[in-house]
Design a protein around this ligand. Structure first.
Ligand code: FPP
Length: 233
């Protein structure tokens, strides 16, 4: 069966990536950490295009957590430059609707303006890409609850919270892939991952490739998702 058929048959609509290992990839080559992020940004572009090509409707990537701002200034600035360079070329990605999830406008005024402009320009396109930027999963839930309080709500449902998350309009992720040989969730999509399948790759993100996506997708397709219930016999 082709990978596209496997995606379709398995019901995989939303894939998310924790792109970990850029720094170690660079260190293994005696390069500065920034070189790892540069290669990681190339990998990111290829993987997003590939996921779209094989028929996955929605992709979410963890580009910058709320904690990443504590890194040395030169590393943070290198990541911001890569991001801004990507935004410049991103309108060429014809089918992609971009969403920046998190609080990007709190990073810099320029990032706030450019991310918002790209969202406005690409609204309504068929394939959704969520880029988590200045993102924290707990903060996202607190933000959703505060919005509901501002709406005057006294009691709320799970659907109410989902409707106020940054990812609203996307199904919850079916599959979350973390590279870099780490097995943590790191404050990523905490509400949305309730029934996600997890796949951990030993590869560092800059080395991750389309064939690794295939491995993750085939692994996902072989899992039995029970959503807390029992297998259908
Ligand atoms: C985690 O690796 C990666 C990041 C904190 C940054 C991710 C950024 C990119 C892939 C490039 C820019 C993104 C876009 C959207 C253009 P790490 O630095 O924590 O690696 P380590 O655990 O090996 O130190």
């Amino acid at each position: 069966m082709s990978i596209t058929e496997i995606v379709e048959k398995s019901g995989l609509k939303h894939i998310a990536f924790i792109m970990d290992g850029n720094g170690r990839w660079a260190r293994e080559r005696s390069l500065p950490r920034e070189a790892g992020h540069k290669k990681g940004a190339e990998t990111f572009k290829q993987i997003v295009r590939y996921c779209k090509k094989i028929g996955i409707d929605c992709c979410t990537v963890y580009a910058f957590s709320t904690e990443n701002i504590k890194r040395p200034r030169h590393e943070v600035e290198a990541i911001f430059s890569l991001l801004l360079a990507y935004i410049e070329e991103a309108s060429d990605e014809k089918d992609i609707e971009f969403r920046f999830i998190g609080e990007p406008a709190q990073l810099t005024e320029n990032i706030g303006r450019k991310t918002k402009a790209l969202e406005d320009e690409t609204r309504g396109r068929p394939y959704r890409l969520n880029i988590a930027l200045n993102y924290g999963g707990r903060a996202e839930i607190v933000n959703a609850v505060n919005e509901l309080l501002r709406d005057g709500r006294e009691s709320i449902t799970e659907d109410d919270i989902s409707s106020k998350l940054y990812t609203k309009g996307c199904p919850d992720p079916d599959l979350i892939v973390r590279t870099g040989n780490e097995t943590r969730v790191s404050n990523f999509l905490l509400w949305q991952c309730a029934y996600s399948e997890f796949y951990f790759s030993e590869k560092m993100w800059p080395d991750f490739s389309a064939s690794d996506v295939d491995l993750a997708v085939r692994d996902f397709a072989g899992r039995s998702r029970r959503w807390g219930g029992l297998d259908k016999k």
